[in-house]
Design a protein around this ligand. Structure first.
Ligand SMILES: Cc1ncc(COP(=O)(O)O)c(C=O)c1O
Length: 470
């Protein structure tokens, strides 16, 4: 039989048949209540003994994925796509092509709290045009040239120096790749690392688009709870030992949506676990520079000497979202594979964007802008918090980032609130979208960074007033 990628040595034969069948159910080849192939047929097709197929069907029936009808055979259970509790971590089914966050964000809203983006009025748009002019003077042929696939060398040199000086990352320009946003970086990493049925650890809750990308590759998600204290490392170790995940996708600094930061002592231990269990840590870090009082702990990448951390540092949020510049740091030989994946995706991020970014990024104006932006974001956060406090809703005040993760009273249905608030042009993200298990139904994510102060205040007052009527 054709073995699932990465399963060859670690799974007994009946388990491979189990996953072969489940894989096809999850891809939608067989739907709820469809009759499945007979044991004899499947044994012939997969070239294994009939008893092995019988054992696989029996395990699928035990896990509620299929059901038996007397004398007639096996059928797909209507619950086959529900999360499966393995006793040592819940595994969520794969192969879905969805992006519910984007579906919400595409709906126009006057009170926009669903977008973790910064109000364009808080960005230095006027100054940016000076840098555009400068770039055309310095590089008259910039529009007539492709970038190298890995990214402009001058930019990579500058960023590697920046990472060395500011974040203690030992990096050369060769160990950086420029992508079009963090989202492209996550896509490329997923393409390289994941095959059907591979497992991925993801935080619970997490950035839903990353989950959608992993599901599209056919990977299975295993949730790891994130709290204000970080992760339960014993649990992480158990999950790594038991499920042998290909990677742990994490956003450990001003985490989206909770705002939590994983403490420094856990970061070093996580890298040790990654080395021991050969699990890549994909550290997505787009909110690092958006802190209120203190700088966050050093990236996990700083502790990695053996190449188990891929560090994704997007500047798309706060420097110039229109340029979509992001840097990915990783060691060879993974970098080689990443460059090939990038060449297949778009053959290099536009050179013009990289050069404009470079000149703005290295200017003193950026530092002035950052200081002001942090203050402005804190003011936005406090406005939202004042309105939440007045409504009696619960949240943990974050030390940075763009979102509040809010728990609503259990008497309030988020589903109803969402529908009614959309009617009043108020947008937010229901928590269940950000939960790999699709639960967290009393939680919502509210982004305070996109609406202006006045719109933020008014929208929050409308939202909380609306909730009182429900
Ligand atoms: C955790 C996280 N990663 C990645 C992204 C996407 O970033 P980019 O705009 O650089 O593609 C976001 C956007 O909200 C995010 O919250």
């Amino acid at each position: 039989m054709k073995k699932a990628v990465g399963m060859e040595q670690t799974h007994p034969l009946f388990r491979q048949v189990y996953e072969f069948i489940l894989n096809r159910i999850e891809r939608g080849e067989w739907r709820a209540h469809d009759k499945l192939p007979s044991i004899r047929l499947l044994a012939d097709e997969t070239k294994v003994h009939r008893l092995t197929v019988f054992k696989a069907y029996r395990a699928l029936a035990e896990h509620g994925k299929v059901y038996v009808k007397d004398k007639s055979g096996y059928y797909v259970s209507p619950d086959s796509l529900l999360p499966l509790d393995t006793g040592e971590g819940t595994v969520v089914s794969s192969y879905q092509l969805t992006n519910p966050l984007s579906d919400i964000q595409r709906i126009p809203a006057k009170y926009q709290f669903s977008q973790a983006l910064i109000d364009p009025n808080l960005l230095p748009n006027l100054f940016l045009s000076d840098y555009v002019k400068k770039v055309f003077d310095l590089y008259p042929k910039v529009m007539g040239t492709y970038s190298s696939v890995q990214g402009d060398e001058e930019l990579r040199e500058t960023l590697s120096q920046h990472f060395r000086q500011h974040h203690r990352l030992q990096l050369s320009a060769m160990e950086l790749l420029i992508t079009s946003g963090a989202q492209q970086a996550i896509n490329l990493v997923a393409r390289i690392l994941l095959g059907p049925m591979d497992t991925v650890l993801v935080e619970r809750p997490t950035y839903s688009v990353a989950m959608d990308i992993f599901r599209r590759e056919g990977a299975r998600l295993i949730p790891v709870e994130i709290t204000a204290q970080g992760y339960d490392l014993e649990k992480v170790e158990t999950l790594m030992r038991k499920h042998k995940p290909r990677m742990f996708y994490m956003n450990p600094t001003h985490h989206n949506p909770t705002g939590y930061s994983v403490p420094a002592r856990q970061r070093k231990l996580l890298v040790e676990l990654a080395e021991r269990y050969r699990c890549m840590l994909v550290e997505d870090d787009p909110f690092r520079d958006m802190y209120f009082a203190e700088e966050p702990p050093t990236p996990l990448f700083a502790y990695d000497t053996e190449g188990w951390v891929i560090y994704i540092s997007s500047f798309s949020k706060y420097v110039a979202p229109g340029l979509r510049i992001c840097a990915v740091a990783c060691r060879f030989p993974f970098m080689e594979r990443l460059i090939t994946a990038k060449s297949l995706a778009d053959n290099g991020t536009p050179l013009l964007n990289q050069k404009i970014f470079l000149h703005y990024y290295t200017s003193p104006r950026l530092q002035q802008h950052l200081g002001k932006l942090r203050t402005a974001l804190q003011v936005h956060k406090e406005i939202m918090e004042e309105e939440l406090a007045a409504a009696g809703w619960e949240w943990t005040a974050p030390q940075g980032g763009l979102n509040l993760w809010v728990k609503l009273p259990s008497t309030l249905s988020v589903e109803v609130l969402f529908r009614k608030s959309m009617e009043q042009s108020i947008a937010f993200v229901p928590g269940e979208i950000l939960d790999p298990l699709g639960e967290m139904k009393s939680w919502i994510r509210l982004s305070y960074s996109f609406a202006s102060e006045a719109v933020l205040r008014e929208g929050m007052q409308r939202l909380t007033a609306l909730s009182r009527t429900l």
